[in-house]
Design a protein around this ligand. Structure first.
Ligand code: VGL
Ligand code: ZN
Length: 201
């Protein structure tokens, strides 16, 4: 058993990020057995869920003439435009049925404001609007987080870097993550995590 000061944070293991989903990550579902096993080792377990309204600004479909996976400038900085994914209440937004969700203490939804994306479990993409997760973890006495899930180079990496910036010890179990890897984004994310003091396992 890990100490109660170490939280497992499972990022976005949802149908749309798994094979057959709208923004499928290659082998995204392959990490589920390892995550289910890890869930038994931790005493604090948080699941995150990407949870967008249909008019979300990160969807290419909401920017006429823009292609999916292109980059636009938003008031808070550059934003990749994604295929429509994880729309609130749809089956694509549901957790993969193989994921053991019952042991979760807390399910954190993010990306629910139409005008701003939220890759990180801690802050929206302006890097300042908090999700509330920091307070939840601190009031439970957590000082270290272990991150797994999808996708390594976006939501996992942003969460890891933010957690380190907030002063948590941070580990990422890479075998329990899979990446989108858009134009070298995986290498960029790994470098950003390492520079922030995140331990890649
Ligand atoms: C994610 C792109 C858009 C992720 C979420 O979970 O990594 N990536 N929304
Ligand atoms: Zn999203």
């Amino acid at each position: 058993m890990r100490p109660a000061t170490d939280a497992l944070i499972v990022i976005d293991v949802q149908n749309d990020f798994c094979p057959g989903g709208a923004l499928a990550v290659i082998d995204g579902d392959a990490i589920i057995p390892e995550i289910n096993a890890l869930m038994r080792e931790f005493q604090v377990r948080v699941l995150t869920q990407d949870w967008h309204p249909a008019d979300h600004a990160s969807f290419a479909a909401n920017h006429p003439g823009k292609a999916a996976f292109s980059l636009i400038e938003m008031p808070y900085g550059p934003q990749v435009l994604w295929p429509v994914h994880c729309v609130q209440g749809t089956s694509g937004a549901a957790f993969h049925t193989g994921l053991r969700t019952d042991p979760a203490d807390m399910v954190l939804r993010k990306g629910f404001r139409a005008a701003i994306d939220s890759y990180s479990a801690f802050f929206e993409n302006d890097r300042t609007t908090p999700t509330g997760l920091e307070g939840y973890l601190r009031t439970r006495g957590v000082d270290h987080v272990t991150l797994v899930g999808l996708a390594t180079d976006f939501c996992v990496a942003y969460s890891a870097v933010d957690a380190a910036r907030l002063g948590f010890g941070v580990s990422v179990i890479e075998s329990a993550c899979r990446a989108i890897d858009l134009d070298g984004s995986l290498e960029t994310a790994r470098r950003a995590m390492t520079e922030a003091g995140v331990v890649l396992l």
